[in-house]
Design a protein around this ligand. Structure first.
Ligand code: NDP
Length: 282
Protein backbone atom coordinates (compact mmCIF):
# COMPACT_ATOMS: atom_id res chain seq x y z
CA UNK A 1 0.00 0.00 0.00
CA UNK A 2 1.55 3.35 -0.98
CA UNK A 3 2.32 5.76 1.85
CA UNK A 4 -0.26 8.57 2.07
CA UNK A 5 0.87 11.77 0.37
CA UNK A 6 1.50 14.41 3.00
CA UNK A 7 -0.01 17.78 2.26
CA UNK A 8 2.65 20.44 1.73
CA UNK A 9 2.63 22.88 4.64
CA UNK A 10 1.45 25.68 2.34
CA UNK A 11 -1.62 23.73 1.25
CA UNK A 12 -2.34 22.76 4.81
CA UNK A 13 -2.22 26.41 5.89
CA UNK A 14 -4.41 27.49 2.96
CA UNK A 15 -7.02 24.88 3.79
CA UNK A 16 -7.25 26.09 7.36
CA UNK A 17 -7.25 29.81 6.69
CA UNK A 18 -10.50 31.70 7.24
CA UNK A 19 -11.81 33.02 3.92
CA UNK A 20 -12.61 36.74 3.61
CA UNK A 21 -14.29 38.72 0.84
CA UNK A 22 -13.66 42.49 0.81
CA UNK A 23 -15.70 44.58 -1.65
CA UNK A 24 -14.06 47.64 -3.22
CA UNK A 25 -10.48 46.55 -2.51
CA UNK A 26 -8.88 48.30 -5.49
CA UNK A 27 -7.99 51.37 -3.40
CA UNK A 28 -8.28 53.19 -0.09
CA UNK A 29 -9.91 51.59 2.92
CA UNK A 30 -10.86 48.32 1.17
CA UNK A 31 -7.31 47.74 -0.04
CA UNK A 32 -5.89 48.48 3.42
CA UNK A 33 -8.37 46.05 5.00
CA UNK A 34 -7.52 43.30 2.49
CA UNK A 35 -3.76 43.72 3.08
CA UNK A 36 -4.28 43.69 6.85
CA UNK A 37 -6.40 40.54 6.72
CA UNK A 38 -3.78 38.74 4.59
CA UNK A 39 -1.12 39.63 7.16
CA UNK A 40 -3.40 38.30 9.91
CA UNK A 41 -3.69 34.90 8.20
CA UNK A 42 -6.91 35.19 6.19
CA UNK A 43 -7.28 33.92 2.63
CA UNK A 44 -8.51 37.15 1.08
CA UNK A 45 -10.46 37.94 -2.08
CA UNK A 46 -10.81 41.62 -2.92
CA UNK A 47 -13.12 43.01 -5.59
CA UNK A 48 -13.19 45.77 -8.18
CA UNK A 49 -15.57 46.66 -10.98
CA UNK A 50 -12.52 46.47 -13.23
CA UNK A 51 -11.85 42.84 -12.24
CA UNK A 52 -8.35 41.43 -11.88
CA UNK A 53 -6.02 44.38 -12.47
CA UNK A 54 -2.56 43.14 -11.63
CA UNK A 55 -0.86 40.47 -9.62
CA UNK A 56 1.00 43.04 -7.53
CA UNK A 57 -1.40 42.63 -4.65
CA UNK A 58 -0.99 40.05 -1.88
CA UNK A 59 -4.64 38.97 -2.38
CA UNK A 60 -6.74 37.69 -5.28
CA UNK A 61 -9.20 39.98 -7.06
CA UNK A 62 -12.69 39.18 -8.33
CA UNK A 63 -14.80 41.29 -10.69
CA UNK A 64 -17.79 42.79 -8.88
CA UNK A 65 -20.24 45.61 -9.30
CA UNK A 66 -22.43 45.73 -6.18
CA UNK A 67 -25.20 47.50 -8.11
CA UNK A 68 -25.80 44.44 -10.34
CA UNK A 69 -27.56 41.34 -9.03
CA UNK A 70 -25.90 39.06 -11.60
CA UNK A 71 -22.41 40.40 -10.82
CA UNK A 72 -22.95 39.83 -7.08
CA UNK A 73 -24.20 36.26 -7.66
CA UNK A 74 -21.30 35.52 -10.01
CA UNK A 75 -18.60 36.81 -7.64
CA UNK A 76 -19.96 34.91 -4.64
CA UNK A 77 -20.36 31.73 -6.71
CA UNK A 78 -16.77 32.07 -7.96
CA UNK A 79 -15.45 32.48 -4.43
CA UNK A 80 -17.38 29.44 -3.20
CA UNK A 81 -16.17 27.33 -6.11
CA UNK A 82 -12.59 28.28 -5.23
CA UNK A 83 -12.78 28.01 -1.44
CA UNK A 84 -15.98 26.17 -0.55
CA UNK A 85 -16.73 28.57 2.31
CA UNK A 86 -16.83 32.19 3.37
CA UNK A 87 -16.04 33.27 6.91
CA UNK A 88 -15.91 37.05 6.65
CA UNK A 89 -17.67 39.51 4.35
CA UNK A 90 -16.49 43.12 4.49
CA UNK A 91 -18.96 45.39 2.70
CA UNK A 92 -16.74 48.35 1.90
CA UNK A 93 -17.62 49.44 -1.68
CA UNK A 94 -19.09 52.92 -1.66
CA UNK A 95 -18.81 56.49 -2.84
CA UNK A 96 -19.77 60.00 -1.79
CA UNK A 97 -21.14 63.19 -3.23
CA UNK A 98 -19.16 66.43 -3.32
CA UNK A 99 -20.63 68.95 -0.83
CA UNK A 100 -23.91 70.40 -2.11
CA UNK A 101 -27.41 71.06 -0.81
CA UNK A 102 -29.77 68.10 -0.67
CA UNK A 103 -32.05 69.61 -3.32
CA UNK A 104 -29.11 69.93 -5.74
CA UNK A 105 -29.11 66.17 -6.47
CA UNK A 106 -31.66 64.66 -8.81
CA UNK A 107 -33.71 61.61 -7.85
CA UNK A 108 -31.51 59.57 -10.23
CA UNK A 109 -28.43 60.66 -8.29
CA UNK A 110 -30.10 59.89 -4.96
CA UNK A 111 -30.96 56.40 -6.25
CA UNK A 112 -27.38 55.89 -7.48
CA UNK A 113 -25.93 56.67 -4.03
CA UNK A 114 -28.33 54.28 -2.36
CA UNK A 115 -27.85 51.60 -5.03
CA UNK A 116 -24.15 51.29 -4.18
CA UNK A 117 -23.87 52.35 -0.53
CA UNK A 118 -26.99 50.62 0.80
CA UNK A 119 -28.44 48.20 -1.78
CA UNK A 120 -24.90 46.99 -2.46
CA UNK A 121 -24.67 45.89 1.16
CA UNK A 122 -28.12 44.28 0.94
CA UNK A 123 -27.25 42.39 -2.28
CA UNK A 124 -23.96 41.07 -0.89
CA UNK A 125 -25.59 40.09 2.40
CA UNK A 126 -28.40 38.18 0.66
CA UNK A 127 -25.87 36.33 -1.49
CA UNK A 128 -23.58 35.33 1.37
CA UNK A 129 -25.86 34.70 4.35
CA UNK A 130 -27.32 31.34 3.12
CA UNK A 131 -23.77 29.93 2.98
CA UNK A 132 -22.82 31.31 6.40
CA UNK A 133 -26.07 29.91 7.83
CA UNK A 134 -25.23 26.46 6.46
CA UNK A 135 -21.73 26.74 7.96
CA UNK A 136 -23.30 27.84 11.27
CA UNK A 137 -20.79 30.69 11.48
CA UNK A 138 -19.66 33.90 9.81
CA UNK A 139 -18.97 37.58 10.25
CA UNK A 140 -20.30 40.51 8.26
CA UNK A 141 -18.51 43.82 8.72
CA UNK A 142 -20.11 46.84 7.07
CA UNK A 143 -18.06 49.96 6.46
CA UNK A 144 -20.51 52.66 7.48
CA UNK A 145 -19.36 56.10 8.54
CA UNK A 146 -19.53 58.31 11.60
CA UNK A 147 -22.02 60.16 9.36
CA UNK A 148 -24.17 57.03 9.66
CA UNK A 149 -24.95 58.02 13.25
CA UNK A 150 -24.30 61.79 13.24
CA UNK A 151 -25.84 63.84 10.42
CA UNK A 152 -23.97 66.81 8.97
CA UNK A 153 -25.39 69.15 6.30
CA UNK A 154 -24.54 69.37 2.58
CA UNK A 155 -23.88 65.64 2.23
CA UNK A 156 -27.47 64.64 3.05
CA UNK A 157 -27.79 61.71 0.63
CA UNK A 158 -24.50 60.18 1.72
CA UNK A 159 -25.52 60.65 5.37
CA UNK A 160 -28.88 58.99 4.65
CA UNK A 161 -27.26 56.03 2.83
CA UNK A 162 -24.90 55.41 5.78
CA UNK A 163 -27.77 55.74 8.31
CA UNK A 164 -29.52 53.04 6.27
CA UNK A 165 -26.44 50.82 6.57
CA UNK A 166 -26.39 51.41 10.33
CA UNK A 167 -30.08 50.50 10.80
CA UNK A 168 -29.84 47.46 8.54
CA UNK A 169 -26.74 46.22 10.40
CA UNK A 170 -28.45 46.58 13.80
CA UNK A 171 -31.51 44.59 12.75
CA UNK A 172 -29.46 41.98 10.89
CA UNK A 173 -27.21 41.33 13.86
CA UNK A 174 -30.26 40.45 15.98
CA UNK A 175 -31.61 38.13 13.28
CA UNK A 176 -28.41 36.29 12.44
CA UNK A 177 -26.93 35.88 15.90
CA UNK A 178 -28.98 32.74 16.46
CA UNK A 179 -27.35 31.24 13.33
CA UNK A 180 -23.82 31.88 14.58
CA UNK A 181 -23.35 34.98 12.41
CA UNK A 182 -22.45 38.40 13.81
CA UNK A 183 -22.83 41.75 12.08
CA UNK A 184 -20.76 44.82 12.87
CA UNK A 185 -20.65 48.34 11.47
CA UNK A 186 -17.43 50.36 11.41
CA UNK A 187 -17.73 54.14 11.63
CA UNK A 188 -14.67 55.91 10.22
CA UNK A 189 -14.29 59.68 10.24
CA UNK A 190 -12.37 61.50 7.49
CA UNK A 191 -9.84 59.05 6.03
CA UNK A 192 -7.13 59.84 3.45
CA UNK A 193 -8.14 57.93 0.29
CA UNK A 194 -9.36 58.63 -3.24
CA UNK A 195 -12.84 59.12 -1.76
CA UNK A 196 -12.98 62.87 -2.53
CA UNK A 197 -11.77 62.49 -6.11
CA UNK A 198 -14.27 59.66 -6.67
CA UNK A 199 -17.17 61.70 -5.25
CA UNK A 200 -19.90 62.74 -7.69
CA UNK A 201 -20.70 66.41 -8.31
CA UNK A 202 -24.32 67.35 -7.66
CA UNK A 203 -26.22 67.17 -10.96
CA UNK A 204 -28.88 69.84 -10.28
CA UNK A 205 -26.89 72.77 -8.91
CA UNK A 206 -28.60 76.02 -7.95
CA UNK A 207 -26.84 79.40 -7.93
CA UNK A 208 -28.20 80.27 -4.51
CA UNK A 209 -26.04 77.54 -2.94
CA UNK A 210 -22.81 78.51 -4.73
CA UNK A 211 -21.28 80.37 -1.75
CA UNK A 212 -22.12 77.72 0.81
CA UNK A 213 -20.85 74.96 -1.50
CA UNK A 214 -17.48 76.70 -1.79
CA UNK A 215 -17.33 77.27 1.98
CA UNK A 216 -18.24 73.70 2.94
CA UNK A 217 -15.89 72.25 0.31
CA UNK A 218 -13.06 74.25 1.91
CA UNK A 219 -13.94 72.87 5.35
CA UNK A 220 -14.01 69.31 4.01
CA UNK A 221 -10.71 69.76 2.13
CA UNK A 222 -9.03 71.07 5.28
CA UNK A 223 -10.31 68.10 7.27
CA UNK A 224 -9.17 65.68 4.56
CA UNK A 225 -5.66 67.19 4.55
CA UNK A 226 -5.16 66.10 8.15
CA UNK A 227 -7.29 62.95 7.96
CA UNK A 228 -6.07 59.62 9.30
CA UNK A 229 -4.78 56.83 7.09
CA UNK A 230 -6.84 53.91 5.82
CA UNK A 231 -4.68 51.68 8.03
CA UNK A 232 -6.46 53.06 11.08
CA UNK A 233 -9.77 51.72 9.73
CA UNK A 234 -8.17 48.41 8.73
CA UNK A 235 -6.88 47.91 12.29
CA UNK A 236 -10.39 48.37 13.67
CA UNK A 237 -11.85 45.93 11.11
CA UNK A 238 -9.32 43.29 12.14
CA UNK A 239 -10.10 43.90 15.82
CA UNK A 240 -13.82 43.46 15.13
CA UNK A 241 -13.25 40.37 12.97
CA UNK A 242 -11.21 38.70 15.70
CA UNK A 243 -13.37 39.71 18.66
CA UNK A 244 -14.99 36.75 20.36
CA UNK A 245 -18.00 38.93 21.16
CA UNK A 246 -17.94 41.71 18.58
CA UNK A 247 -19.69 44.99 19.33
CA UNK A 248 -22.34 46.25 16.94
CA UNK A 249 -20.42 49.48 16.28
CA UNK A 250 -16.76 50.49 16.30
CA UNK A 251 -15.56 54.00 15.53
CA UNK A 252 -12.30 54.36 13.58
CA UNK A 253 -10.08 57.39 14.10
CA UNK A 254 -9.95 60.20 16.66
CA UNK A 255 -12.48 62.55 15.05
CA UNK A 256 -15.08 59.78 14.77
CA UNK A 257 -14.53 58.78 18.41
CA UNK A 258 -15.00 62.40 19.55
CA UNK A 259 -18.21 62.79 17.56
CA UNK A 260 -19.57 59.48 18.82
CA UNK A 261 -18.74 60.53 22.40
CA UNK A 262 -20.61 63.83 21.93
CA UNK A 263 -23.58 62.02 20.41
CA UNK A 264 -23.82 59.69 23.40
CA UNK A 265 -23.06 62.01 26.28
CA UNK A 266 -23.50 65.67 25.28
CA UNK A 267 -26.92 67.37 25.22
CA UNK A 268 -28.36 67.38 21.67
CA UNK A 269 -28.20 71.18 21.54
CA UNK A 270 -24.43 71.18 22.06
CA UNK A 271 -23.88 68.67 19.24
CA UNK A 272 -26.18 70.71 16.98
CA UNK A 273 -24.23 73.92 17.69
CA UNK A 274 -20.90 72.10 17.32
CA UNK A 275 -21.85 70.77 13.88
CA UNK A 276 -22.96 74.22 12.64
CA UNK A 277 -19.77 75.79 13.98
CA UNK A 278 -17.54 73.13 12.41
CA UNK A 279 -19.23 73.64 9.04
CA UNK A 280 -19.03 77.44 9.50
CA UNK A 281 -22.80 77.84 9.12
CA UNK A 282 -24.55 80.98 10.37
P1 NDP B 1 -12.16 54.88 -2.55
O1 NDP B 1 -12.82 55.73 -3.58
O2 NDP B 1 -10.69 54.90 -2.43
O3 NDP B 1 -12.62 53.36 -2.70
C1 NDP B 1 -13.91 52.99 -3.04
C2 NDP B 1 -13.93 51.53 -3.47
O4 NDP B 1 -15.28 51.15 -3.73
C3 NDP B 1 -13.11 51.27 -4.71
O5 NDP B 1 -12.32 50.12 -4.51
C4 NDP B 1 -14.16 51.01 -5.79
O6 NDP B 1 -13.71 49.98 -6.66
C5 NDP B 1 -15.32 50.48 -4.97
N1 NDP B 1 -16.63 50.68 -5.62
C6 NDP B 1 -17.26 51.85 -5.87
N2 NDP B 1 -18.44 51.63 -6.46
C7 NDP B 1 -18.56 50.29 -6.58
C8 NDP B 1 -19.56 49.42 -7.11
N3 NDP B 1 -20.69 49.88 -7.68
N4 NDP B 1 -19.35 48.08 -7.07
C9 NDP B 1 -18.22 47.59 -6.53
N5 NDP B 1 -17.24 48.35 -6.02
C10 NDP B 1 -17.41 49.68 -6.05
O7 NDP B 1 -12.83 55.36 -1.17
P2 NDP B 1 -12.64 54.88 0.36
O8 NDP B 1 -11.65 53.81 0.46
O9 NDP B 1 -12.47 56.09 1.17
O10 NDP B 1 -14.12 54.32 0.64
C11 NDP B 1 -14.39 53.01 1.08
C12 NDP B 1 -15.60 53.01 1.99
O11 NDP B 1 -15.30 53.76 3.17
C13 NDP B 1 -16.85 53.64 1.39
O12 NDP B 1 -17.98 52.84 1.74
C14 NDP B 1 -16.93 54.99 2.08
O13 NDP B 1 -18.25 55.47 2.15
C15 NDP B 1 -16.36 54.65 3.46
N6 NDP B 1 -15.88 55.79 4.22
C16 NDP B 1 -14.86 56.59 3.71
C17 NDP B 1 -14.41 57.67 4.46
C18 NDP B 1 -13.33 58.58 3.97
O14 NDP B 1 -13.18 59.69 4.53
N7 NDP B 1 -12.54 58.19 2.98
C19 NDP B 1 -15.01 57.99 5.78
C20 NDP B 1 -16.04 57.09 6.19
C21 NDP B 1 -16.45 56.03 5.44
P3 NDP B 1 -13.62 50.06 -8.28
O15 NDP B 1 -13.74 51.52 -8.66
O16 NDP B 1 -12.29 49.47 -8.58
O17 NDP B 1 -14.78 49.23 -8.71
Amino acid sequence: MPAPTLLPEENFMTINKPVALVTGASSGIGEAIAVKLVAAGYKVYGTSRRGVQSDQRPFAMLALDVTEDASVEHAVRELLQLEGRIDLLVNNAGFGLAPAAAEESSIEQAKAVFDTNFMGVVRMTRAVVPHMRRQGSGRIINIGSILGVVAVPYVALYVASKHAVDGYSQALDHELRTHGIRVTVIEPGYTRTSFESNSLEADAKLDLYEDIRVKVTKVVNQAMATAESADVVADVVLKAARAERPKLRYTAGKAAAQLQWMRRFAPAGILDTGIRKAMQLA
